[in-house]
Write a protein of this length. Structure first.
Length: 380
């Protein structure tokens, strides 16, 4: 129905121009064409309102993007009207120009006025045609973006740019304009400007993930700085102490590797405690190299035996058939791990014995000084 109305309006424009040229009466020409175009615009508005409520079938929820049927109809109308105006008025414009050039007097003046009027109308028609074609192409790209989304709520700009045979920069600008014009109701561009995200929920998930990644990077940077600082401190230590600390790191890594191979939660917690205690022991040695002689038995026997037991447990645990002998061996190793945890706890505590004595002495001296100054309830 709409396209039949457009054909009728085109005929009206053509008839109006022909009557004006034949009668040489151009006073009502501009007003008539203006009224005709306004009628077309009103028809488009009504058609758009009717079309707006018709559901379009897409693979993603329609709330993510605007329905463009009304916009498409407007673009078609602009294109048709622009083409009709150009096609209808071009030859009259040429005739009026020739009339103005090759005649004189009142006829020439009329030709100039007529050429000017036709020139304005042709310009308006060209603008309508240009805008119509522009919006039709834009709507076509919009449909490509929606198809690219499919059942997802995001797509890579680089991939869709290949499909459109446009540069990623062009597609990025195009998407930003559509987001600004609310064609995409919840559209976002990621921080790297390489991905389009169609919904607020998906963008929030992406944003939270990026914050976690950034936090992880900061933590990794801090850990790396700490390790570099520890390495510099180790380089100042006696070579013998450095070798012991390196060996300690190796044992901690082996204990952790065994723990990763053993899935049981209870046994894993026990092994994690061993890993923590051993790590703390060697950190204490690094802080106080004088403790090296106190961990000689740990290095020569306890740690090698611990790693050997854990490796044996990991091998037994991965057996598909858990017979009586395997279960008994595993239980015995678990009991031994408890004993090792107790031993390592006592060893770590003994390494802080000197520190404990120093603290006790400091407290005793402080209490004595406070009492001498009359600042405590004790009488001396």
């Amino acid at each position: 129905m709409l396209y039949e109305d457009l054909d009728r309006l085109g005929e009206e424009i053509k008839r109006t121009v022909e009557n004006a040229v034949d009668s040489r009466n151009f006073y009502s020409l501009n007003q008539t064409i203006t009224n005709t175009v306004n009628q077309a615009a009103e028809g488009v508005r009504k058609f758009s309102e009717q079309s707006y409520h018709k559901r379009e079938d897409y693979n993603i929820p329609p709330l993510l993007f605007k329905r463009t049927k009304g916009v498409k109809v407007q673009a078609i109308v602009m294109t048709i009207i622009g083409a009709i105006v150009l096609g209808t008025l071009f030859f009259p414009f040429v005739l009026s120009v020739l009339e103005a050039v090759f005649t004189s007097g009142f006829v020439a003046v009329g030709g100039v006025l007529l050429a000017s009027l036709f020139g304005v109308l042709l310009t308006a028609g060209a603008i309508l045609l240009g805008y119509g074609i522009h919006f039709l192409k834009k709507i076509k790209r919009f449909q490509v973006y929606i198809e690219e989304l499919g059942t997802k709520e995001y797509f890579e700009i680089g991939e869709v740019s290949k499909r459109l045979k446009k540069s990623p920069k062009y597609v990025l600008s195009d998407l930003n304009k559509m987001i600004e014009k609310k064609w995409f109701l919840q559209g976002h561009i990621d921080l790297q400007q390489t991905c389009f995200i169609a919904s607020h929920e998906m963008y929030n998930q992406y944003h939270n993930m990026m914050r976690q990644v950034e936090q992880q990077k900061k933590e990794q940077a801090k850990e790396q700085a700490r390790q570099e600082e520890n390495q510099k401190a180790r380089e100042k230590l006696d070579p013998q102490v450095q070798d012991i600390i390196k060996a300690g790191d190796m044992y901690v890594s082996k204990i952790k590797a065994c723990n990763d191979r053993i899935p049981g939660k209870e046994i894993s917690a026990k092994i994690s405690k061993i890993e923590y205690l051993v790590n703390q022991i060697f950190e204490r040695v690094e802080q106080n190299p004088g403790c090296v002689s106190d961990i000689r038995r740990l290095m020569d026997y306890y740690l090698p035996t611990t790693v050997k037991l854990l490796e044996a447990y990991a091998e037994l645990d991965c057996m598909s058939v858990q017979g009586e002998n395997i279960l008994s061996s595993k239980k015995e190793i678990e009991s031994t791990i408890d004993t090792l945890n107790e031993a390592f706890t006592k060893l770590l505590d003994s390494l802080f014995q000197e520190k404990a004595w120093d603290v006790s002495a400091d407290i005793s001296v402080l209490n004595t000084m406070l009492a001498q100054e009359g600042l405590t309830k004790n009488d001396f």
